[in-house]
Design a protein around this ligand. Sequence first.
Ligand code: SER
Length: 320
Amino acid sequence: MKKRILIIGASGQIGSELTERLRKIYAPHKVIASDIREGNQELMESGPFEVLDAMDYSAIEDIVINYEISEVYLMAAMLSATAEKFPMKAWNLNMTSLFNVLNLAKEGKIEKIFWPSSIAVFGPSTPKINTHQNTITEPSTVYGISKLTGERWCEYYHKKYGVDVRSLRYPGLISYKTAPGGGTTDYAVEIYHKAIKHKKYISFLDKGTVLPMMFMDDAINATIGIMEAKSEEVKIRSGYNLAAISFGPEDIAASIKKHIPEFEIVYQPDFRQDIADSWPNSMDDSEARKDWGWAHTYDLDEMTEVMLENLQGSLRRTSE
Ligand code: SER
């Protein structure tokens, strides 16, 4: 089968940059973007786009057959903060969409799946520092429960039915191209926007809330890296721990202050604090580094530079 890729959830924070990168690597017409809503201009103009509900099995199947899809990246999901507000909706979306693609692969209609897991599979009883791949997973959030369950199903489909599914436990992801929505780690994106516009940020996470984080370019490298790895190199079929940098709101504020000295941060934690407190501070991702050669590139200050430069640039362009 020739390689043809379908991205479900392509208009979102990860999906939009993943589509852009995959279209650069492969011919744009071989990378089909899909989402329940249209994406940004670059996404819509750079290749094929289909409106698609990730919950609709036969709609996904139609696209898979029409475009002769061999690989699916399932990026549609409800994230942690929104999922706490709509538990059943989150469970239904996160699980049904996963079963849809797992079953398509089980039936031999697609060859390979990428499905994102998260640091949210861990919970309050997990050791917080350098959290190991196989330590306690007792998530206390709806989102985390759906990700842990999803991981178990991925491994089950791989072992029982030979489905080639690959997954990463993403940390909080920081990017400037498409805004995230409904996550607990989203503060680390908002802070850059507010630093540029208002020189002040009211943080919904408290000082000292250290979480594992990563710049989007690294996350895209990891995603394509695990998908391009030889099947026998991908030894973990639940979800690989994945890490780059760890910091709290005060660290990112200090990094911003190097460029915007008058920047100020104040702390007003809300319900998302409980979610953040249940997650690790830092992750041990040595299995990913060993099995398929994962390595990150951006540290906090490098990321800050790129974020501020690009957000300032787009602000200048919109005010011109
Ligand atoms: N970034 C996600 C969230 O905050 C965690 O995977 O929900």
